[in-house]
Write a protein that binds this ligand. Structure first.
Ligand SMILES: C=C1C[C@]23C[C@H]1CC[C@H]2[C@@]12CCC[C@@](C)(C(=O)O1)[C@H]2[C@@H]3C(=O)O
Ligand SMILES: O=C(O)CCC(=O)C(=O)O
Ligand SMILES: [Fe+2]
Length: 353
């Protein structure tokens, strides 16, 4: 066991991998000073009786509610979405099974220093002076190779659940994307890269499993620092433990109360650009807590890697000139990797009217 661990560590920047489960107090490296209210996860803003909209997808007026939520919040929760409860339970167990593995085992599936898939800290962590109280596992395509490393004798269970979850999420993401675009008058003809049937063939998709272990000093720790997603939309499942907060302009940070079997949808930067800013991407973050291990699963749905994404002509006219230039997701991810939260303003053409 010991040699196995040292072999793994030799080839990895080991200081990036923190075993939270053995820490009895918060190390300085992870202590975020609540210098301003913005950084304090439990600031008084939570007292504001503002709630993220909840949309019942079986409700005929869902589309109008979604449009309103997207224009004002950039985030909403959905119920009656058709994802089987059994599958949500399965994905939660799969996360538990993965993150409860001993560190040396998880490190076998560690993300390479310049790679994107596998186990490790959130990729955004390098942009912050303090470390995050979380670990993640990122999946592009098939998790088979990593699963083999994690469970040499029993890797198919994990792969099957991931495969089924991605398939269900893809369908839901397609449906939701059109439900979000059509109130803006955007139809299938307007989005060339969505394909003739609007099926988003070639769409990019990733699954991000997040784990927020219990934390001895949650008020000074940050699970996932504030960010927007570089997606069209993200579908988030959380295991019934509060932690996700969204920034509502004029109100501050608002906690998204978990609804059993509900899913949270948020607008990412690609949809922000396509809608010419009518649907702003939402800044969000995750807090941690003292007694409960929080898990979340994000399905990151984006345009095809090489598709040119730009403000759709339907939402552009002489009074509303395009605010963003065309950009591919590949190009945008590169900009994010270098400039993080400045990326969106770097593709901006002019200030808003
Ligand atoms: C498909 C994606 C989207 C990524 C990068 C890549 C893989 C992991 C995704 C996340 C997931 C966690 C938040 C985020 C901000 C992060 O650090 O990693 C996301 C990032 C992005 O939205 O840009
Ligand atoms: O865990 C959460 O609630 C947020 C996760 C998230 O924002 C992400 O994975 O992009
Ligand atoms: Fe996110």
């Amino acid at each position: 066991m010991a040699s196995e661990l040292s072999d793994t560590l030799k080839s990895l920047p080991s200081h990036h991998f923190q075993d939270f489960y053995t820490l009895k107090e918060l190390p300085e490296s992870h202590a975020w000073k609540p210098v301003d209210d913005d950084l304090c996860p439990f600031g008084h803003h939570d007292m504001v009786a503002e709630q993220v909209p909840v949309v019942d997808l079986s409700d005929p007026t869902a589309e109008r509610l979604i449009e309103h939520a997207c224009r004002t919040w950039g985030v909403f929760q959905i119920i009656n979405h058709g994802i089987p409860t059994r599958l949500l339970d399965d994905i939660e167990s799969a996360c538990q099974r993965l993150f409860s593995l001993p560190m040396h085992r998880k490190l076998r599936a560690a993300r390479e220093p310049d790679g994107t898939a596998g186990y490790g800290p959130a990729v955004i962590s390098s942009f912050f002076p303090k470390k995050l109280w979380s670990e993640g596992f990122t999946i592009f395509g098939s998790p088979l190779e990593h699963a083999r490393q994690l469970w040499p004798n029993d890797y198919m269970k994990f792969c099957d659940i991931i495969g089924e979850y991605k398939k269900e999420m893809k369908q839901l993401a397609q449906k939701l994307t059109w439900l979000m675009l059509s109130p803006l008058g955007i139809t299938q003809e307007d989005v060339k890269w969505a394909g003739p049937e609007g099926e988003f063939e070639g769409a990019s998709a990733a699954l991000q499993l997040n784990s927020y272990p219990t934390c001895p000093d949650p008020n000074r720790a940050m699970g996932l620092a504030a960010h927007t997603d570089s997606t069209l939309i993200t579908i988030l499942f959380q295991n019934n433990i509060a932690g996700l907060q969204v920034l509502r302009e004029g109100f501050g940070w608002v906690t998204v109360s978990p609804i059993p079997r509900g899913l949270t949808i948020n607008v990412g930067d690609m949809l922000h650009i396509m809608s010419n800013g009518l649907y702003p991407s939402v800044l969000h973050r995750a807090t941690v807590n003292l007694t409960r291990h929080r898990l979340s699963v994000a399905y990151l749905f984006g345009p095809p890697w090489e598709a040119h994404v730009s403000p759709i002509s339907k939402v552009v006219d002489s009074d509303h000139p395009p605010l963003y230039r065309a950009v591919t997701l590949r190009e945008y991810r590169e900009m994010r990797a270098e400039h993080f939260d400045k990326a969106l303003s770097l593709v901006r053409l002019r200030a808003p009217n």
